[in-house]
Design a binder for this molecule. Structure first.
Ligand SMILES: Nc1nc2c(ncn2[C@@H]2O[C@H](COP(=O)(O)OP(=O)(O)OP(=O)(O)O)[C@@H](O)[C@H]2O)c(=O)[nH]1
Ligand SMILES: [Mg+2]
Length: 428
């Protein structure tokens, strides 16, 4: 029944999603880039260090050094024997000279290799600053996990979205006050929300909307009218509301509820105005096995209600339900009649019966009854019919609890106010 708003939210969410997709990279994304770069460098460094093993190369060269040192002292004796011309040492001289000859190229190679490695290491050092340690890359990666890829909406984007949403709620017959309240709850949630670039924004926005509605429904202070029989006997219930909304049918449903608890009920046919109203009530009474206290058409409704209360007191009846005429709440005569019943009978519960499909027009109706007679609760009928869903939200702003929903024409089609029922109806 909340299809209109739901579709609007989805399309708004989609536009936000698109905006987020095309947004310039935010600092969080730059962090991601830096982390990726550093990770690559750290891996490259590791790979480069493995085959080079400079420590080992130094060790090899160290081993080679003593040989070089051995050869140097050998050069001096070479000069001396040359001066003394000791022929016996000739072969030795050859053999001593033969070894350095063979070794020389190898030594040159090793030195060149070392120089090359040093240059490479220096180049690597210059390329990779000292601070690129695995620990630091690890820390940055952690940071990346927490901040990267999340974006929040700018206040102008949020304002535009909420304004559009408020309009679509008004279009769906939600009263202005209610729409404003939902939007303010949403604003609060949105300002704290972070949206991930690749997440389902529609789903997230819908979830925030659901949470906001849920908070609003939570404020409804519904109570169980069955429990009222413990404190009032007979419990006097005055049924009020415009014509044709389902007052008489709801009387039947409420009666069934009391009867299921073993309570006895009596009806007061206080709608003495509309033709066939008494017969209609009697029909329900016959089906439910309930006594009807009635007068002639045109009689004083207060007198009928008074007699019904007396009957209940005399016959140990738990509940008196007073049916009233459904005329416009602006009808002065009706208002006077209802005021009189209220003054004389002093009902324990004054229940407004209204259609759950009427939209925010229900606010005016409720206000009128509240101001002239006073209201203790609301029952919304025809909640089984397809509607825009704004009615309930509007009623919740009126500070009168919604107690039950009529969800069909049968006696069992009355359910207690349920937040889950509403959310399911509105958003599924
Ligand atoms: N679908 C649906 N129909 C309902 C519901 N409640 C009442 N109705 C129907 O609404 C019509 C009017 O119901 P009534 O109980 O006669 O309404 P009323 O307020 O007593 O009408 P008046 O006495 O003329 O003021 C009937 O056809 C009912 O069956 C409901 O919860 N769902
Ligand atoms: Mg009626």
């Amino acid at each position: 029944m909340f299809g209109l708003i739901k579709n609007k939210i989805k399309s708004f969410a989609k536009s936000i999603e698109d905006k987020l997709k095309t947004k310039e990279p935010e600092p969080a994304e730059e962090v991601e880039e830096v982390v990726t770069e550093l990770e690559e460098k750290a891996t490259a460094k590791e790979a480069e260090e493995q085959p080079q093993k400079p420590a080992k190369t130094e060790a090899i060269l160290e081993k080679k050094k003593p040989k070089e040192a051995k050869e140097k002292p050998a050069e001096k004796p070479l000069e001396k024997p040359a001066q003394f011309k000791a022929p016996a040492q000739e072969p030795k001289q050859e053999s001593v000279l033969a070894e350095p000859e063979a070794q020389r190229p190898k030594l040159e190679d090793a030195k060149a290799k070392l120089a090359k490695q040093k240059t490479r290491a220096q180049a690597a050092k210059a390329e990779k600053p000292k601070e690129v340690t695995k620990e630091k890359v690890g820390l940055l990666t952690k940071l990346k996990k927490t901040v990267v890829g999340t974006v929040s909406l700018s206040s102008s984007e949020l304002d535009q979205f909420l304004l559009d949403l408020e309009f679509s709620m008004l279009e769906a017959d939600v009263a202005a006050d209610s729409a404003e309240k939902v939007v303010s709850l949403l604003r609060d949630k949105f300002s704290k929300a972070k949206f991930k670039r690749n997440e389902d924004i529609s789903q997230k926005v819908m979830e925030l909307f659901r949470e906001s509605l849920s908070e609003l429904f939570q404020q409804n202070k519904a109570f169980d009218i069955l429990a009222k029989t413990q404190t009032a006997r007979p419990l006097k219930i005055l049924m009020l509301g415009p014509n044709g909304v389902g007052k008489t049918t709801t009387i039947g449903k409420v009666t069934k509820m009391f009867q299921n608890q073993g309570k006895k009920v009596v009806f007061a046919a206080a709608d003495t105005w509309r033709a066939a109203s008494i017969e209609q009530l009697e029909e329900h009474a016959n089906r439910l096995g309930v006594k009807v206290i009635k007068h002639a058409y045109g009689a004083d409704p207060t007198a009928v209600a008074f007699d019904a209360v007396k009957h209940a007191e005399a016959h140990n009846v738990d509940v008196v339900i007073i049916d009233t005429a459904g005329r416009q709440e602006t009808n002065v005569n009706l208002v006077e009649q209802l005021r009189k019943i209220n003054r004389v009978i002093q009902p324990d519960l004054r229940l407004f019966i209204g259609e759950g499909i009427v939209g925010n027009a229900i606010l005016e109706q409720i206000k009128a009854y509240k101001e002239t007679i006073g209201l203790d609760g609301v029952i919304l009928t025809k909640m089984d019919l397809d509607n825009k869903g704004g009615t309930v939200l509007s009623v919740l702003m009126e500070d009168v609890p919604v107690l039950y929903f009529g969800v069909g024409q049968g006696y069992d089609d009355l359910i207690p106010f349920s937040k889950e029922f509403l959310l399911e109806k509105m958003l599924s």
